[in-house]
Write a protein that binds this ligand. Structure first.
Ligand code: HEM
Length: 144
């Protein structure tokens, strides 16, 4: 079960990044093209939200089945940079990123028919993407 979930979490990362990039391209296109945020644009921004939410759930499960997650928690492990990344920094940063994506989407949803919807997606999804990129375990991904 552990290996299956680990692989799923690893492959889902491609979808998370792709979904965020597509949503951002759409949002920036709308912003600079002075368009109005419509229901079609809202649906496109779901490409950034849905994979991130699924990944969050998979990540939480992985945290409790992986030898690098909760079961590795100890004072000694916290003193090691790689162990601390998996035990604390990666999960916490990713949770904040998913919250930002959710807030951006929820704001944009309330701004249908206005241009501001694109701005909400652009700002919140960009911040989330930065957080995700700085706390992906690049030592292990995409090689495994
Ligand atoms: C957008 C959200 C997330 C992304 C993009 C992401 C991405 C990744 C990537 C790329 C890896 C390395 C996979 C590999 O070794 O091939 C990883 C590992 C891991 N992630 Fe996440 N993650 C996310 C959310 C979470 C969350 C919310 C948790 C826990 C609450 C979590 C827990 C873990 C754990 C424990 C590992 C180590 C798994 C192992 O190799 O045993 N992740 N994550």
């Amino acid at each position: 079960m552990y290996t299956g979930i680990q692989h799923l979490h690893s492959y889902m990362t491609y979808l998370v990044l792709l979904g965020l990039v597509i949503s951002l391209v759409v949002a920036l296109g709308g912003l600079f093209g002075s368009k109005v945020f419509t229901d079609k644009h809202r649906k496109l921004s779901l490409l950034g939200l849905i994979p991130a939410h699924l990944q969050w759930v998979i990540g939480v499960i992985l945290y409790f089945v992986s030898p690098l997650g909760f079961s590795n928690f100890s004072g000694t492990a916290m003193g090691d940079a790689v162990s601390r990344l998996y035990i604390l920094e990666h999960p916490l940063t990713m949770i904040i990123a998913v919250v930002l994506i959710t807030v951006g989407y929820a704001r944009a949803k309330r701004q249908l028919g206005e241009q501001r919807g694109f701005k909400s997606i652009a700002i919140f999804y960009t911040l989330a993407l930065i957080l995700i990129l700085i706390r992906i375990p690049w030592n292990a991904w995409p090689n495994s």
